[in-house]
Design a protein around this ligand. Structure first.
Ligand SMILES: C[S@@+](CC[C@H](N)C(=O)[O-])C[C@H]1O[C@@H](n2cnc3c(N)ncnc32)[C@H](O)[C@@H]1O
Ligand SMILES: [Zn+2]
Length: 173
């Protein structure tokens, strides 16, 4: 891991973030997300506990549990894991690459020195709790909530249907 590529500092998105210390080329392996390997059940338990405590904290992140595969999570909430400070963006410059049980953060475009690193957290859209995770990434295409780009269509279609339902209720009154 090349530590000279990045630095942790205060972010405009949320709390702390990770920033490029130099121009980074597309396809570069930047940092590994490290932590304790736990079962998905234990990961869920730890996640719930932390979300209850920190969900609305402006400084401390509420989610550091990373889904490794169908059986295991990585709990990255330890000070040695600097990758835990990478925020989510609706227009990310990095992606996650899981190779043989290890989680790597790689650039998906050229990143200019000083830019904040970000990736798509990949949260699936769930109508019951998506509002818990408001997105403040400031990207032009920001969808407003931390939702995986894979689920944007699902979210938009659901919103459309909700709007139609609401209008129907209004018109029926
Ligand atoms: C893995 S941490 C990222 C580091 C975090 N900024 C910190 O200082 O601990 C994940 C947490 O950061 C916050 N976060 C990350 N991306 C965000 C975004 N785009 N908008 C709002 N909050 C975000 C949320 O609280 C989320 O649970
Ligand atoms: Zn966003």
């Amino acid at each position: 891991m090349n530590e000279k590529l990045w630095k942790v500092k205060i972010s405009k998105i949320h709390g702390s973030g990770v920033f490029a210390l130099q121009d980074i080329k597309k396809g570069a392996t930047i940092i590994e997300y490290i932590g304790e390997k736990v079962t998905r059940k234990e990961g869920d338990r730890r996640s719930e506990k932390r979300i209850k405590k920190y969900l609305n904290s402006k400084k401390t992140g509420s989610v550091y549990i990373f889904e490794l595969n169908q059986r295991y999570d990585i709990d990255g909430s330890f000070s040695y894991n600097k990758a835990r400070f990478i925020n989510h963006s609706c227009n990310p410059n990095c992606e996650v690459d899981i190779v043989k049980g290890r989680i790597w953060i790689k650039s998906i475009k050229r990143i200019k020195k000083g830019s904040e690193l970000s990736y798509d957290y990949g949260y699936t859209f769930d109508k019951d709790d998506y509002k818990d995770h408001v997105c403040k990434c400031n990207a032009r295409n920001c969808i407003g909530y931390i939702i995986s780009q894979d689920d944007w269509k699902k979210y938009k279609n659901w919103k459309k249907r909700e709007k139609i339902k609401l209008n129907k209720i209004k018109n029926d009154k």
